[in-house]
Design a binder for this molecule. Structure first.
Ligand code: B3K
Ligand code: ZN
Length: 891
């Protein structure tokens, strides 16, 4: 919490540290309210620092300093200076040994940053700046040290004591306490430190690395969760193998541990050798976990494991470089998931997320470049831009230089910077050196914020058989720069041309013919100018351009497709992503028709082309059922809001719903058939094929319940009652809860009660139950959520519960959250004000929906601003909340 106006930190002010810490020895006596931390640091002056007599300034917060000893001499109070955020010692020589002792209070730590209690165990979260709540330290990622950690605790209450690296000693102290010592041979910054103490059980497995070393793998959980670890363990082994095969990366310690904790601010954390996970990202079994949950576990386990190289062995010089590890690692985990399941499905999921949420971030008041130039609170910059857009930027490098050069570049990067704290320039340089390509212009993707916009026009010369595409690029204003001051990006635009019978051969003027390539119907144009034309020759007919195949760049592309063009792409293009994208564009156009009628208080007509395209997709049994499901799912209200200039909450909700209902009624028997075709009684397996079938089945069920046939209710009830896995059970619950059919209300209440009765002891399943109700779009949403806030199952101190109820309601229930009287906004502000004191990171995250006020009508804008101002007037605002609220209100 702050005492003065928080200040910004700038990338341009980066300075190397004055001191380095060669070795760090910690002795930690765990006690809920009074943990003692003794730290022994071997310091030396940094030869690269300018000053040779600078004072030693250590970061430290929220702790009681008990003693300071420098080179064997206890310091008197006058020899050092302590503030709320630092410990300064003025006279320090070339080398020094510093011993400090502090006392901290983990039980009172509700921010879940530093050392804290989750249920009965102790655990830590240090990234980005949590280590400074454990001891005084140079808490910055470019100070890498060799850590030895001894943990002392009550033997009965905390039989398991873990830290990074290898266990070097473990013994009983004979007085009811025991201790364990861990040594991590790899130098690391403090943000990768971890400690766990608790009454935990584990499952164990082994992995033999490519060079023949045997690694012990353990997943630690509370005893009740031991039956939910197998999927994470399998995922871990697959990720380890994949990283060897695809990146040549081998694991380096003798043991790799994962610990599951229930109170966690995000998904998981890549601490060296000791990953700490939110239970939601590690526990999975068919009865309690949906397919989406299984997928998330696989992806997050892989992501954190991949950080061992992209993040830990090569770390970041400063927090502005965050995307160096996060963008790259998201790209790595997303390729891993693509290889494990369906590549096209994974691409569609990633692009949907990016276009819905990252594009909205890019257009909002917190927009920032992939490498921000400044921040007030770094925790606010673990964003979709740094992660997902950062991954798209790495993907574009992969597209531009090709898979082989990309691998050479990553090898070079890891080899050059192993054991170092690197920058984004270092990464780009390795890619340039490996490929011989100049990425100078490309690097603007890291420094210019906002989503570029491409305007495409075309011209066909029938006689000459030439087709000219002209692409103009621009990028809107963002807080970092005005549109006019932004320089053109280097943008790969993947392309195909579609003729009446399929994809046409491409002969690009001025380019060598690519006759020997396996596919001469696909190419990647490189846009580098503000406006550029590309000419294709020898075309027998005017083609439909299929632009941005595979979503080759994170941009908004505008081309005047007509609806027949879109149905042609949907049915004939060779790129699965583009077929899906065309289906979404068509659906958007049709929903927009209905929205226009809704505004004019007329009954809208649904364009028959959408109905017949959906009918065709539904009946084509040769298609991957997962893709069929994705093509049938209408664009979400959040996506429709993102692409709107001004968000018309009611028109979007009712327009989309009307199209959904029309499809449900008109295609009832097709949906029913698809449902039956995909409904199997075989035991649950988690495989791409089985997930795909369940996805289509449950998408079909969703439509059936939006039809006018009351019989659909018994279908959902039967699925709910007979389900042997959570995917089917929760899908049935969700469709019942959202149905307006006669009889649905009673069926829904009954199902909700029985679901809770069945699963009340499974916290993660209860979260699902909370979310399902929080996102129910029927009238009365706020009242339902307010009642659930009082339910025994809810706990404002647990981030998963907050996300499941408050987060789901405010972000994913627009028609109820944005009710015209503003009570939804007031509700959110009430929660933020309480959370600001309990857990600033969670408070600031939950704020997002209010920050988007500029996109709404005048009346809503005013109501949202009022709530932001109300939060701003609170005393004791955390830096996290202050930054987001002040930036949202500014300008
Ligand atoms: N690196 C962590 C995120 C830490 C967030 C700190 N506020 C998890 C991840 O991206 O893998
Ligand atoms: Zn990460």
């Amino acid at each position: 919490m702050r005492d003065a106006q928080p200040t910004s930190i700038y990338l341009k002010d980066y300075k190397v540290p004055d001191f380095l810490i060669e070795r760090t020895e910690l002795q930690i006596h765990l006690h809920p309210a009074a943990t003692r931390v003794r730290s022994r640091l071997e310091l030396k002056r940094n030869p690269k620092a300018g000053s040779s007599n600078a004072a030693l300034v250590l970061d430290g917060q929220e702790m009681k300093l008990l003693s300071v000893e420098l080179n064997g001499v206890a310091l008197a109070a006058g020899d050092y200076e302590v503030t709320a955020e630092s410990l300064t010692i003025h006279k320090v020589g070339q080398q020094a040994e510093l011993i400090t002792e502090v006392e901290i209070n983990p039980a009172a730590n509700t921010s879940l940053e530093g050392l804290y209690k989750s249920r009965t165990m102790f655990c830590t979260q240090c990234e980005a700046e949590g280590f400074r709540k454990i001891t005084y330290y140079l808490d910055r990622p470019d100070v890498l040290s060799e850590f030895t950690t001894t943990i002392v605790a009550d033997e009965k209450q905390f039989p398991v004591l873990l830290s990074n690296g290898n266990l070097i000693e473990s013994k009983s102290l004979g007085d009811g306490r025991h201790q364990a010592s861990w040594h991590d041979p790899f130098k690391k910054p403090a943000y990768l430190f971890a400690l766990v103490g608790g009454d935990l059980e584990f499952i164990e497995d082994r992995f033999r690395t490519c060079s023949g070393r045997d690694i012990t793998l353990r997943i630690y959980v509370e005893e009740k969760d031991l039956d939910k670890c197998a999927h994470a363990m399998d995922s871990l082994k697959r990720a380890m193998r994949w990283d060897e095969e695809v990146y040549g990366r081998e694991y380096d310690l003798d043991i790799f541990m994962i610990v599951a904790v229930d109170d966690f601010n995000m998904g998981a954390m890549e601490n060296k050798g000791l990953n700490i996970f939110n239970t939601s990202c590690v526990l999975a079994k068919p009865e309690t976990t949906t397919d989406a949950g299984f997928q998330r576990v696989e992806a997050v386990v892989a992501h954190e494991y991949f950080h061992n190289w992209s993040g830990n062995r090569v770390t970041c010089r400063d927090w502005f470089q965050l995307s160096l590890k996060e963008g790259f690692t998201v790209f790595r985990d997303s390729e891993f998931s693509a290889d494990m399941g369906s590549r096209t499905v994974k691409r569609v999921e990633d692009v949907s997320l990016l276009r819905t949420l990252q594009f909205a971030e890019d257009a909002g008041p917190m927009a920032h470049p992939v490498r921000p130039a400044s921040f007030i609170e770094i925790s606010n910059f673990y964003t979709l831009t740094v992660y997902e857009k950062g991954a798209e930027v790495v993907r574009m490098i992969h597209t531009l230089i090709g898979a082989e050069n990309f691998r050479k570049g990553s090898d070079l990067y890891f080899e050059r910077h192993d054991g170092e704290a690197a920058t984004i320039e270092n990464f780009l340089k390795a890619m340039e050196d490996a490929s011989g390509r100049d990425l100078g212009q490309f690097s603007r993707w890291y420094s210019q914020g906002g989503t570029p916009r491409l305007e495409v026009s075309d011209q066909f010369d029938q006689q000459a058989g030439t087709y000219t595409l002209t692409i103009n690029q621009s990028c809107p204003d963002t807080p970092d720069a005005k549109s006019a001051d932004k320089l053109p990006f280097h943008i790969p635009v993947a392309l195909g041309l579609l003729g009446d019978a399929g994809n046409l051969a491409l002969h690009q003027q001025g380019q060598p013919a690519n006759n020997d390539s396996a596919d001469n119907t696909h190419c990647v144009l490189e846009l580098t100018e503000q406006s550029q034309s590309f000419v294709f020759e020898k075309l027998p007919e005017k083609p439909v351009p299929v632009l941005l195949r595979g979503f080759s760049a994170p941009v908004k592309l505008h081309y005047p497709y007509n609806r027949d063009d879109l149905t042609a792409i949907m049915s004939r293009d060779s790129d699965g992503f583009s077929r899906w994208d065309a289906s979404q564009k068509l659906a958007v156009a049709v929903i927009e028709d209905v929205m226009t009628s809704y505004r004019g208080q007329q009954q809208g007509q649904i364009d028959q082309r959408l109905l017949s395209a959906c009918r065709q997709v539904l009946s084509d049994e040769s298609l991957d059922p997962a893709m069929v499901a994705l093509m049938l799912q209408l664009p979400s209200e959040s996506y429709l809001s993102e692409i709107a200039d001004t968000i018309d909450v009611e028109a979007i909700h009712h327009g989309r719903l009307q199209v959904r209902k029309a499809l449900a009624c008109e295609l009832y028997s097709e949906f029913k058939q698809a449902y039956e075709r995909c409904n199997s009684s075989e035991a649950y397996v988690y495989s791409a094929a089985a997930v795909a079938r369940r996805s289509l089945k449950n998408t079909a069920l969703g439509y059936l319940l939006q039809s006018d046939r009351a019989e659909a209710i018994s279908l959902a009830q039967a699925q709910f009652a007979g389900a042997t896995n959570m995917t089917d059970q929760s899908a049935a619950l969700t469709v019942l809860v959202n149905s307006e059919l006669p009889g649905a209300e009673a069926a829904s209440s009954e199902a909700l009660a029985s679901f809770y009765q069945q699963w009340q002891h499974e916290s993660l399943v209860v979260n699902q139950w909370l979310s399902t109700q929080a996102t129910c779009a029927l009238p009365g949403g706020l009242e339902r959520v307010q009642a659930l806030m009082q339910h025994a199952a809810f706990d404002l101190k647990n981030p998963n519960k907050v996300r499941a109820l408050v987060g789901a309601f405010c972000a994913n229930n627009p028609i109820n959250f944005h009710r015209p009287d503003g009570l939804g906004y007031q509700f959110l502000a009430d929660q933020i004000i309480v959370l600001n004191k309990l857990n600033p990171q969670i408070a600031s995250r939950q704020l997002t929906p209010l920050t988007r006020w500029r996109k709404y009508d005048a009346a809503r804008q005013k109501l949202m601003q009022q709530q932001l101002q109300r939060i701003m007037a609170e005393s004791d605002l955390s830096k996290d909340v202050y930054e987001v609220v002040s930036k949202s209100l500014a300008g």
